[in-house]
Design a protein around this ligand. Structure first.
Ligand code: AHN
Ligand code: ZN
Length: 316
């Protein structure tokens, strides 16, 4: 043998043992590849609806997805934001095995917030953000998962949805939270799915999955709508060795895309989202600031999440 990595009895360096069925191997998530997909998005600049960076990134995402999936759907529409502006948005959907009725939904938002309204410097409160963590990280992990699914196909139907206009929620200067101003793209999709009567057995949303030492806790709506999926995913993470990220602790309710999927489509969907009690807003340190940049992303966190989700879908 020319290359000898890993211990005897392991399959190849690119696969991991399936816990339930040792005959099945789970691909090894490549966090360098995921980080590359993250940088590609950030390089377009802030992906704010109605901007050129947003249009160009949409093209990149649909074109990249199309290299991996069987079918890409682009859902274009116009939604109305909290300030009555009209946003031209695109939900981008990639499907594996579109004919299989047994499906899993994976999602993240690809747009970025138009204003850094949580920045410590008020001068920045109307500056759009890079959204390396808040946006790009979830999309990057899902593109890397799509790449693995294309290389080692499974029978289950998988839909990867990149939602638009998640992060155009009301500016903090209004002093009200107005939950219905967030997650506009997923609300539209949940009420007008790309396939009429679309359903899936369960869904997993990724949001802010790239900060160093991120903590993923049992988010409120996830526990209300899909407690069994939360338990399954957290147990899978712990078996895979990521128990320091996936904590068995209850955390607050976050209005996010999974709420719309649960509420309007009745698909039990959880949110893997970084929640942190040590900040005032409850999220990662650079949330909605101009410092949500690629240099503050930790590949180990992308790996923890990506590998966990790969285990969940290949061992399903
Ligand atoms: C609210 O602040 C109401 N929801 C946060 C959802 C979010 C924003 N996820 C990423 N950015
Ligand atoms: Zn955000």
């Amino acid at each position: 043998m020319l290359v000898s990595c890993g211990t005897p009895g392991n399959k190849t360096v690119n696969e991991q043992q399936n816990e339930k069925d040792p005959g099945i191997s789970v691909p090894t998530f490549n966090s360098d590849s995921a980080f590359y997909y993250l940088e590609r998005q950030v390089d377009f600049g802030p992906r704010v609806p109605n901007t050129d960076s947003h249009r160009r990134c949409a093209e990149y995402l649909s074109e990249t997805l199309s290299r991996f999936v069987d079918t890409v759907y682009i859902q274009e529409t116009v939604v109305t934001a909290f300030d009555d502006s009209r946003l031209n948005i695109q939900n981008i959907i990639g499907s594996f095995n579109p004919g299989n009725r047994s499906r899993i939904l994976l999602a993240a938002h690809w747009d970025t917030r138009p204003f850094a309204d949580e920045d410590p410097d008020p001068e920045n409160h109307y500056t759009p953000i890079d959204g390396a963590n808040d946006g790009a990280s979830g999309v990057a992990v899902l593109l890397e998962i799509a790449r693995h699914l294309s290389e080692k196909p499974i029978e289950t139907g998988i839909d990867i949805i990149f939602f638009d206009a998640e992060d155009y929620g009301i500016h903090s200067s209004y002093g009200e939270s107005k939950p219905d101003t967030w997650a506009l793209g997923s609300k539209y999709w949940a009420q007008n799915p790309h396939i009429s009567n679309y359903s899936a057995r369960f869904g997993i949303l990724l949001d802010m999955v790239g900060a160093p030492d991120a903590t993923f806790k049992h988010e409120g709506y996830s526990m209300y709508y899909a407690p069994n999926i939360v338990r399954r995913v957290w147990q899978t993470a712990q078996h895979a060795g990521y128990g320091s990220y996936f904590l068995n602790q209850r955390a607050g309710y976050v209005m996010d895309d999974h709420y719309n999927i649960n509420n309007y489509r009745n698909i039990p969907t959880i949110n893997i989202i970084h929640q942190d009690d040590s900040t005032d807003h409850g999220f990662f340190e650079h949330w909605h600031t101009i410092n949500d940049k690629a240099k503050f992303i930790d590949k180990n966190t992308l790996k923890a999440v990506g590998q966990t989700v790969l285990h969940v879908i290949y061992e399903d």
